[in-house]
Design a protein around this ligand. Structure first.
Ligand code: SAM
Length: 262
C-alpha cells in the first residue's frame, strides 16, 4: 500500500510507542539531537519547513525556539496528531497534508531552512524531493535531513557463535522493499526505499546544493544511562534498547547538511 495509507493506519500506535522530545529537534532513534549537533544555527525568526513532519514534534520545538514553523506530511492522521499536539502545547505551527515530491502549496524561495527527520527514506522519488527542497529555499538557505543509514536499512541481526552481529546482505540492491509494520493493534505493509550513500550524496548535489557536512552520529550510551537521563533522549524507542549492542556498533542515522548557493 502507499505510504499515505500505511501511515494513516499506524499513526496512532506509532505515536504511542515512540517518545519524541518537545524540547529538542531529533535526528532519529537514540541519536543526539539539535542541542548537541548544532546544525541549524539560530532559528529565531527563521522560516522553517519540515517535510515528512509526522506528529509535528520537531516543527513544534522549532516554533518554541522562535522559528516560523511549517510542517508537511502525506498522512492525514499524522497531521491530525500534529495539530492536536500543537494546540495542547499552545504553539502556532502551520501544518499541511501533501507530498514532499510535489510541494505545489509553497511558492519558490520562501524558507530559510528545510528540515526532515527519518522521512525521505519513504519518498518514491527522492531526486524530485531534493529539487523541491531546493526550489522552496531562499538563496543561502539550509537543507538538513536525516535518514536511516543505508547500512542499518539493508541488513539484519544474525547470530555468530554466541554473538549477534549485523549482517549486510547486499548493500547495492536498491529494489523497493515491502515493510510490514506491526504494532499492538494494527499492521500495515508499505514500501521503503534503499539508497546507498553515493545515491544520496550525488542526488543532493545534482539538485544544486553544496553539501557542507555529513554525520553518522554515535548513539547515546543507553547502557550507562539512568532512566531519568533516557527520558531526555530526543527520540526514544524501546526496540533500540533491546538491540542496543548492535546499534552502538553500526551507524543507524545518516545526516546531511547542505546549502543552497546565494
Ligand atoms: C518515520 S515517520 C517520521 C515522522 C517525523 N519526522 C518524526 O520524526 O516523527 C515518516 C513520515 O514520513 C511521512 N511521509 C512518507 N512519505 C511521504 C511523502 N512522500 N511526502 C510527505 N510525507 C511523507 C509519513 O507519513 C510519516 O509521517
Amino acid at each position: 500500500m502507499s505510504a499515505k495509507k500505511g501511515w494513516n493506519i499506524i499513526s496512532k500506535d506509532y505515536q504511542a510507542s515512540v517518545r519524541i522530545s518537545l524540547d529538542d529537534v531529533h535526528y532519529g532513534p537514540i541519536s543526539p539531537g539539535e542541542k548537541e549537533l548544532k546544525l541549524l544555527g539560530d532559528v529565531k525568526g527563521k522560516d522553517i519547513l519540515e517535510i515528512g513532519c509526522g506528529g509535528g514534534q520537531n516543527a513544534i520545538t522549532l516554533a518554541k525556539w522562535g522559528a516560523k514553523s511549517v510542517g508537511l506530511d502525506i498522512s492525514e492522521e499524522q497531521i491530525k496528531y500534529a495539530n492536536t499536539l500543537a494546540n495542547k502545547q499552545g504553539i502556532q505551527v502551520s501544518f499541511h497534508v501533501g507530498s514532499m515530491e510535489n510541494m505545489t502549496m509553497f511558492s519558490d524561495e520562501i524558507f530559510d531552512i528545510v528540515l526532515s527527520s527519518c522521512a525521505i527514506g519513504y519518498s518514491e522519488n527522492y531526486d524530485q524531493t531534493f529539487h523541491e527542497a531546493f526550489r522552496v529555499l531562499r538563496g543561502g538557505g539550509l537543507f538538513v535531513f536525516c535518514v536511516v543509514h543505508p547500512i542499518a536499512n539493508r541488513g539484519r541481526a544474525v547470530r555468530y557463535g554466541k554473538r549477534k552481529l549485523w549482517g549486510l546482505g547486499n548493500y547495492f540492491d536498491s529494489r523497493r522493499r515491502t515493510w510490514t509494520w506491526k504494532f499492538d493493534k494494527r499492521s500495515a505493509k508499505f514500501y521503503g526505499y534503499h539508497r546507498t550513500f553515493q545515491d544520496y550524496f550525488n542526488s543532493i548535489v545534482s539538485a544544486g546544493f553544496i553539501v557542507t557536512k555529513v554525520l553518522e552520529p554515535e548513539p547515546f550510551p543507553l547502557d550507562k544511562m539512568t532512566e531519568e537521563e533516557k527520558r531526555r533522549v530526543p527520540y526514544y524507542w524501546e526496540g533500540s534498547e533491546k538491540e542496543y549492542n548492535i546499534w552502538r556498533r553500526i551507524p543507524y542515522t545518516l545526516l546531511f547538511k547542505a546549502k543552497k548557493p546565494r
